[in-house]
Design a protein around this ligand. Structure first.
Ligand SMILES: Nc1ncnc2c1ncn2[C@@H]1O[C@H](COP(=O)(O)OP(=O)(O)OP(=O)(O)O)[C@@H](O)[C@H]1O
Ligand SMILES: [Mg+2]
Length: 163
């Protein structure tokens, strides 16, 4: 079952990312979708905090992929905004989730609607501008583990976690 929450401020978006970063199973691939400025990078910054990554998480809009290996698990942060059609095939993103070439970690893919092939069991996260304030997020789990995790998710839970 998908779950939808309101994120009234950018801190709430960050806090959701942190909540997920603290709990996601190794190997999880997040497909982040949503309009320009919907909060995909903010969420990924929170994931970095949840994984205890000390580095600043910057948008990989120009670099396409940023790799962080100084946290509890590696974080692979991908942004497909600048790619069209078959270009995303040439990034060989499956190397990040197959767990052979790169140590398994968390993969967060912004503009995932541009992917032409999907990883197995991706956790889909769609962010959108809310008409009144802030953002709305819908998480769609693809495995029983993700379903369990998403069931525990409430606005109060993510804000309670905030540092
Ligand atoms: N829940 C929220 N309420 C209000 N503002 C928010 C919220 N979440 C994020 N923002 C703000 O929205 C702006 C854009 O956020 P961000 O860069 O994370 O979006 P994005 O989806 O990665 O954008 P892009 O499409 O350019 O990659 C930032 O200024 C951020 O602080
Ligand atoms: Mg972004």
């Amino acid at each position: 079952m998908p779950k939808t929450l309101l994120l009234p401020t950018d801190r709430a978006t960050f806090a959701l990312g942190q909540w997920l970063g603290e709990r996601l199973a190794v190997g999880t691939v997040l497909l982040l979708t949503g309009d320009l400025g919907a909060g995909k990078t903010t969420l990924t910054k929170g994931i970095g905090r949840g994984l205890d990554i000390p580095d600043e998480i910057d948008s990989p809009t120009f670099t396409l992929i940023n790799e962080y290996d100084s946290g509890r698990l590696p974080l692979y942060h991908v942004d497909l905004y600048r790619l069209a059609g078959a270009e995303s095939d040439r990034l060989f993103l499956e190397s990040y989730w197959e767990g052979i070439e790169y140590p398994p970690g968390i993969v967060a893919i912004e503009w995932a609607e541009r992917l032409r092939y999907l990883p197995p069991e991706p956790l889909k996260i769609n962010l959108s501008h809310h008409p009144e304030a802030g953002r709305q997020v819908t998480l769609t789990p693809a495995s029983p583990t993700q379903t369990c995790l998403i069931e525990a998710l409430t606005t109060d839970a993510i804000l309670a976690d905030e540092i």
